[in-house]
Design a binder for this molecule. Structure first.
Ligand code: SAM
Length: 245
C-alpha cells in the first residue's frame, strides 16, 4: 500500500495509462485517470503515484486547500511546498486565493522536474475554474528561482533544488509537505528534514501532509509541532495537521 492509496495501476483507475518519457528520477511514468476523473502520474521506479488514485484533485483540495489554506488565517499567506511535481497544489491554491481574495506568496522546491509535455498533457486545469488553463500556463512558464506574479492574488517562486541538502532561510505560514510516501522515500520524512522544516515555519504556522504514520507524527512532535491526526480524504482514513508551537 502506498500512503497515497492503493498502488496497483489498472484496478481502481479509469482510462488507459499512457506511457510517456519522464524526468531524471525514473525513465518512464504512466499518466492515469483517478477516481474523480483527474489525472495523476504513476512512477514504476518507486511504485508510487503523485496523488491518490481515488481522486488526485479531490485529495489535493481536501488536504492542502481545505485543511491547510482555508484554516491558516495569515493574510498575505506565505506557503512552502515540498515537491512541486505536476504543480497541482500550486494551481488549486492560485484558484482558491482569488476566490478568497487573499494574497499568496508560494515557494515550491523540486529536485526532479517533470518534462513540460507531461505536465501539459494532464487535465488539472479543468478543475481550476474559468482561468485554469491560463493560470496553469503562467505557473509553468514562470522563471525558476524568481518570485513571479501569476494573478492579482498569487505569486510563485519555483526552486530547483533538493530539500535534503539545500539551505532554506525564509519563514512561512503554511507548509504543504507533499513528498512521495515514507515507505518509498524514507529520507524525505526523517527527523533532520523535519528539523529543517521546523526552522522555516513561523510560530503558529501550519503543516499539512497526507501521511498519518506514527513515526512521522513523532518526528514532527520532536521538532516542535503540536500534531493532530484528522480525517483523511476519500480512500484514506487519516491525514496530519501540525501547528508550530
Ligand atoms: C508526491 S509528488 C508531489 C506532487 C505535487 N505536490 C503535485 O501537486 O503534483 C513528490 C515530489 O517530490 C519530489 N522530490 C523527490 N525528492 C525530492 C527532494 N530531495 N527535494 C525536492 N523534491 C523532491 C518528486 O520529484 C515529486 O515531484
Amino acid at each position: 500500500m502506498s500512503d497515497h492509496g492503493m498502488i496497483q495501476t489498472g484496478d481502481l483507475v479509469t482510462g488507459c495509462p499512457l506511457l510517456v518519457k519522464s524526468s531524471k528520477m525514473n525513465n518512464v511514468c504512466h499518466i492515469i485517470t483517478t477516481g474523480d476523473g483527474s489525472h495523476t502520474i504513476y512512477v514504476p521506479g518507486i511504485n508510487d503515484h503523485y496523488h491518490s488514485v481515488y481522486g488526485a484533485v479531490q485529495e489535493s483540495e481536501y488536504i492542502f486547500i481545505r485543511n491547510g489554506f482555508d484554516i491558516c488565517m495569515a493574510d498575505p499567506v506565505t506557503i512552502f511546498e515540498v515537491g512541486f511535481g505536476t504543480g497541482l497544489n500550486a494551481l488549486l491554491t492560485a484558484t482558491r486565493s482569488t476566490q478568497a481574495t487573499r494574497r499568496v506568496l508560494y515557494t515550491s522546491i523540486e529536485k526532479y522536474p517533470l518534462d513540460k509535455e507531461i505536465i501539459l498533457s494532464l487535465n488539472h486545469h479543468l478543475y481550476a475554474g474559468r482561468d485554469g488553463e491560463k493560470i496553469r500556463k503562467l505557473i509553468h512558464q514562470a522563471e525558476m528561482d524568481t518570485m513571479t506574479k501569476i494573478s492579482n492574488y498569487f505569486s510563485i517562486r519555483k526552486l530547483s533544488g533538493d530539500i535534503i541538502t539545500d539551505e532554506l532561510n525564509s519563514k512561512f505560514d503554511l507548509i504543504y509537505f507533499d513528498a512521495f510516501g515514507p515507505d518509498k522515500q524514507p529520507e524525505m520524512w526523517s527527523l533532520s528534514i523535519f528539523e529543517k522544516i521546523s526552522g522555516i515555519t513561523k510560530p503558529g504556522g501550519i503543516l499539512v501532509t497526507y501521511s498519518a504514520k506514527g513515526e512521522v507524527k513523532r518526528n514532527l512532535r520532536r521538532v516542535g509541532f503540536d500534531v493532530s491526526v484528522v480525517p483523511g480524504p476519500p480512500g484514506k482514513r487519516h491525514m496530519m495537521r501540525a501547528i508550530k508551537i
